[in-house]
Design a protein around this ligand. Structure first.
Ligand SMILES: [Zn+2]
Length: 96
């Protein structure tokens, strides 16, 4: 069975099974975060996951959820549009 080695803040090196982990993926990035319950002390911990770690974890069958902490709000769109109207050369912003 696949085991995933990581470290617990309290216990040091620990080995997890895929079912012990959950991936939190940001739809805007390739990287994400994984969280796990330490098999020794049961504390819940989070670690950053690079794109490579994400793909490895997904390949081993780790469950994932898509987290969108920062959805674009209406007011942000309004500010963006207002900023575009103030900008004399908006296309120029895209090419610099
Ligand atoms: Zn622990």
């Amino acid at each position: 069975m696949t085991t995933i080695k990581t470290t617990c803040d309290h216990c040091g090196d620990v080995e997890l099974r895929p079912v012990d982990l959950a991936l939190e993926l940001d739809p805007n990035r390739e990287s994400g975060t994984y969280r796990f319950a330490c098999p020794e002390c049961r504390s819940i911990q989070r670690r950053p996951a690079t794109a490579r770690v994400v793909s490895v974890l997904l390949a081993t069958g780790v469950a994932y959820e898509v987290i969108n902490d920062d959805p674009i709000t209406e007011s942000e769109i309004d500010r963006f549009v207002a900023a575009l109207h103030r900008e004399p050369d908006p296309i120029g912003l895209l090419t610099t």
